[in-house]
Design a protein around this ligand. Sequence first.
Ligand code: KIV
Ligand code: ZN
Length: 507
Amino acid sequence: MPKIVKIFDTTLRDGEQCPGASMNKSEKLTVARMLERLNVDIIEAGFPFASKDDFKGVQLIAQEIKGPVIAGLARAREQDIDAAWEAVRFAERGRIHTFLATSEIHMKHKLRMNREEVLASAVAAVRHARRKTSDVEFSPEDATRSDHDFLCRVIEVVIDAGATTINIPDTVGYTIPDEFARLIRLIRNKVPNIDRATISVHCHNDLGLAVANSLAAISAGAGQVECTVNGIGERAGNTSMEEIVMALRVRKDFFNADTNIHAEEITKASRLVSGITGFVVQPNKAIVGSNAFAHESGIHQDGLLKEKQTYEIMTPASVGLTEHKMVLGKHSGRHAFLAKLTEMGYSLKEEEIDATFERFKKIADQKKEIFEEDLEAIVLEKIYQIPDLYALKSLYVESGTEKQPTAIIELEIEGTLYKDTGSGDGPVDAVYRTLRTITKTQGKLLSYSVKAITGGTDALGEVTVRLQEEDKTFFGHGADTDIMIASAKAYINALNKSSYTNIGRQK
Ligand code: KIV
Ligand code: ZN
């Protein structure tokens, strides 16, 4: 029997922490529902002490999600731990995850604490957490750059204080597989009470080794892996959940290990997280990239036609990737529309069904065939977007070989209609300059990308933008059969997120 490695998903905490990936409460709950369908073992839902919104998001997830353990992160301080517990206490099973750095660099420069002080604080934090719950995880932050003897000592005392999971973070993505495996073995051999805790690993991807390091740690005895959907996270990201899950599944013969994950939900989860955060998945990304199962070369195609296993180590269906299938058309009624959304895992409220159905009908008039991906885009656009301060009323763009691109835009801002005209270097530039004039904003466009959601010239175009406003980055997302409209919607979506953050409105 393969050993089961627990999947601790931190998309909503470490993933959400990276610049531009912040989600509102309802978006977080949607991602949590997806993680529930994936059957992850633990959802780290946030850092409750960090902000009121974070607290409320974790609390909502703890109340709504059944099955996975719900964890809240806390520094090794009583107020943090109290907030984490208050947020997760209504979960079927709640976990407090507390952490304190143990490397010389962090202790000296960040914490300004000596070793004895760190030991005492770690023990006090775990004891405090244990008074609230029997499920306590401790992370010695920057473990891979910590002195080994000291690290082992910290682990031993926090287990004695009641920690049930010991997480070994490679906080700065510094370690390499052999070295990390050796560290896990050292901990197993040197810490006398280690059999009273599960060893977890938490790797960052600064050297592109997060998945390899996590797999090496599993071979060396780790029983839990911390990871995120699409590998999103601080800097170069965290261990990618889909890669760990499929590496273990496809190479069960090698690892003799597996997870509880329902892998057929992976593609949907990847699209949902990408759609909500605006983090586009690179085409060549393993498992979930758009080219991950595309075979271009003639030799490969020929081999595949003769026998799939020649060039395919897993089937697209095993990760839930199906051919673009026409699912609905312009004659489909509300009943068929709702049945399809339910099958896709969305449970919408009556007013949400009205809004999405109305949008579906409009798109179905413009494009003959509606695919699952189109429905996902509609739900993302209509339901998981924040309330609008700015709403696009009309857009007219002129461009051509002999004409300077010009845009005329009407925008509604809190009930008042504003209209302006502007020109630019290209049609998108003209649209964005005009939007900046009307909204009196100065945002800097960091990136712009457009892709067709499905095939065909009548496909929905999906535009994603990254906009920098002062020191914050906001993602915007828009879909339409007309890419100029999709471009305007994406920019307006980013502006709405920015205004939503600035004035603290919350759904
Ligand atoms: O990377 C890290 O060290 C963390 C800890 C809080 C586990 O995210
Ligand atoms: Zn981390």
